[in-house]
Design a protein around this ligand. Structure first.
Ligand SMILES: Nc1ncnc2c1ncn2[C@@H]1O[C@H](COP(=O)(O)OP(=O)(O)OP(=O)(O)O)[C@@H](O)[C@H]1O
Length: 213
């Protein structure tokens, strides 16, 4: 996930493709994720979940009581076993508390959806992470991203607000503030002219320091 700028600064076409409108993010059905698309149900397999439900000795081995607490809080064992630290202090949001509006983008390991948070009414971006068979290495890779994003607090860095998953599912969504535009899209638009401080914020900082001294 790169940095995304400008919430509503410019109007342009919606990013990405998709058009899957107004549906629940997913439903839990016999331990597998069931995603409602265009009236039909597509069931995704929970590949390797039982295989991954034990802590992997090669990877981080958090204390057993912590794992137990996290599973009791609703986190799936395959996630707590590999990245307990990244989840610390959070409880998982439920998938049915968001309503998908549209698919807005795609990354190397993810699909990104515009969605409405039914609890707050806020529009958010849900990044659905694709794992390779829930391999601990790929889950841990995502855990690093989650840990770093949780620590970052800067107006130019998009905020991670939480995670959507449950004990019964093998899917994971990251909940972000929704941005109307991304930097690549703005840079590609011939009508958009960036100001010098937008292009070189470090230069602006140096100049303001110079003026103050
Ligand atoms: N918070 C957001 N608000 C609006 N659109 C977003 C948001 N996050 C991502 N997108 C859209 O989804 C696209 C893919 O996002 P993603 O963060 O997955 O990209 P990436 O960093 O290139 O992918 P990856 O992390 O998988 O390598 C972005 O280019 C952007 O168009």
């Amino acid at each position: 996930m790169g940095c995304v700028i400008s919430r509503q600064a410019v109007t342009s076409e919606k990013k990405g493709s998709g058009g899957e409108s107004n549906r629940k993010v997913d439903e839990v059905d016999n331990g597998c994720e069931k995603e409602k698309i265009g009236g039909g149900d597509r069931v995704q397999q929970c590949r390797g979940e039982s295989r991954r439900s034990k802590a992997n000795p090669r990877l981080s081995n958090p204390p057993k009581h912590l794992l137990g607490e996290q599973v009791a809080a609703g986190w799936p064992p395959w996630l707590t076993a590999v990245c307990g630290e990244a989840l610390s202090g959070w409880i998982p949001r439920k998938a049915d508390s968001f309503e998908k509006i549209d698919k807005i983008g795609q990354g190397t390991y993810s699909n990104v959806y515009k969605a409405k948070d039914s609890l707050t009414g806020k529009i958010v971006a849900l990044k659905k992470v694709r794992f390779d068979n829930l391999e601990p290495e790929s889950v841990q890779f995502m855990a690093r991203e989650i840990l770093i994003l949780r620590r970052l607090d800067h107006p130019n860095v998009i905020k991670l607000h939480g995670l959507v998953t449950s004990r019964m599912t093998c899917s994971l969504y990251l909940v972000f503030d929704y941005m109307e535009h991304d930097l690549a899209g703005l840079a590609a638009s011939p009508e958009i002219r960036f100001t010098e401080p937008q292009v070189r914020p470090d230069k602006m900082l140096h100049e303001s320091v110079a003026i103050r001294t």
